[in-house]
Design a protein around this ligand. Structure first.
Ligand code: DGL
Length: 275
């Protein structure tokens, strides 16, 4: 039997906890290590080189912990770092390990949900500028038209716990207005940033009827179930004791206080010094 180790889940900060929550619903039996690079977040407005360098450093750390599989539960890292890590670094680091992202599994199914074949992507500036969703959705649903809107203020609103307050209304309405001005017939809006599910209720109140708002946590979790079934060589290396360990590159007290909002239950993190 091969040695078994936890599955790694990575995010620039807290947002990946919304994805992890859904993964735990579907696959509670595995062990997980979560790392939030809060000290260097947000990644959303950073350059390709910076996001790639930070993400690679964190993937290397997961591999040092023995994780056979790392999920980049961050759209910005998936958009800007995943492909380069898979193509250039994995062979050197550990060719038997795997790094997966959130954009491909989401793109595989999002086109099928739209009746009008017009989809809106709400994301960080980095994800929008990478055009990753347009490129990936085209592969699976070439008949679908993709419209994008960067919402750079949404992450700070959520991280400062202002997302439920009236101050958030203006910026939520502004970006919804902008994307629907690009194409009024959009019938599916994808929350393509791991923070945005926290704005889901508010977003729905400002949208006309008939537009479906999709958060990606459930989609990513379902895709992981499928991946592990199709890849027994990886699945057999994932340990199953139901443990969860959380690391942050910033202050643990801040992380534990804030993480609750994203994870829906209290947790205790450990500090990782990475720079
Ligand atoms: N987690 C990031 C994403 O899904 C958003 C937060 C950030 O900008 O770092 O794109």
């Amino acid at each position: 039997m091969p040695t078994t180790q936890p599955i790694g889940i990575f995010d620039s900060g807290y947002g990946g906890l919304t994805v992890m929550k859904e993964i735990l619903r579907k696959l509670p039996q595995y062990d997980y290590v979560y790392l939030g690079d809060n000290a260097r977040a947000p990644y959303g407005n950073r350059s390709f080189e910076t996001v790639y360098r930070y993400t690679l450093q964190c993937v290397e750390w997961f591999f040092e912990q023995g994780c056979p599989l790392v999920i980049l539960a961050c759209n910005t890292a998936s958009a800007k770092a995943l492909r380069t890590i898979q193509q250039n670094d994995l062979q050197r680091l550990n060719p038997d390990n795997r790094v997966l992202g959130v954009i491909r599994p989401t793109s595989e199914i999002i086109g099928k949900i739209s009746t009008n074949k017009k989809i809106g992507i709400l994301a960080t500036k980095g994800t929008v500028n990478s055009a990753s969703y347009s490129i990936e959705i085209e592969k699976f649903s070439p008949e679908v038209e993709v419209f994008q809107e960067a919402c750079p203020i949404w992450v700070p609103l959520i991280e400062n716990n202002e997302h439920n307050g009236p101050g958030a209304d203006f910026f939520v309405q502004k970006h919804l207005h902008n994307i629907l001005a690009k194409e009024p017939a959009i019938d599916v809006l994808l929350l393509a940033c791991t923070h945005y599910p926290l704005l889901l209720d508010k977003i729905k109140t400002f949208l006309p009827d008939g537009i479906q708002v999709v958060a990606q946590g459930g989609i990513v979790a379902e895709s992981l179930v499928d991946y592990l079934q199709r890849h027994p060589e990886i699945e057999q290396r994932c340990s199953q004791h139901g443990t969860r360990t959380f690391y942050t590159t910033d202050d643990v007290k801040d992380f534990d206080n804030q993480a609750n909002i994203f994870f829906g239950e209290p947790l205790e993190s450990k500090h990782l010094d990475i720079r």
